[in-house]
Design a protein around this ligand. Sequence first.
Ligand code: SF4
Ligand code: SF4
Ligand code: SF4
Length: 179
Amino acid sequence: MSADASPKPADAPVDHGRRALLRGRPAGPPPVRPPWTDEARLADACTRCGACLSACPEDILVAGSGGLPAVDFHAGGGECIFCHACVDACPEPVFEAERDPPWRLSVTIAQDRCLPHAGVHCEACRDACPEGAIRFAPRLGGPPTPEILPERCTGCGACVGVCPEEAVAIAPARREAPA
Ligand code: SF4
Ligand code: SF4
Ligand code: SF4
């Protein structure tokens, strides 16, 4: 019998940028994984059983790349309420319940889609944000435009589904280079 202990392809962390490159298309942002876990822990321990997907009361968890759970804030139109149901439902050591913060996500607003940048009043994202993390700065000659306050943002995603122009995007935050 072979003593090859190298990880099977399905067990290896998913390198989304490399996979896209090999397929000849530009890499999109990596998927948002559920809170309190990450790509490496999912690759090591997730059996793709779907228990977390069924448990999420907001219906924001879907089977993503490689069958691993991913967050789609458009799927149920909901937001993460950090209820722990996904953590509690998982029978494997996928989640780290003590992790604080539960994830590091970055919210961006595409100016070329955002209505106030085109002169149309809209503050739907701010109205939806439970953390007061979207500020509208007054400006001359047009309606106020939104600005994300990262220090307040929890990555809950409440601002994503409410935007009528799909101008709000959330992705894993890029790691800062070591000093
Ligand atoms: S913490 Fe709750 S709302 Fe957030 S992904 Fe898990 S089950 Fe869904
Ligand atoms: S909800 Fe969308 S269109 Fe409206 S201000 Fe926010 S980002 Fe812009
Ligand atoms: S993701 Fe951030 S900016 Fe958007 S609603 Fe949640 S806390 Fe507010």
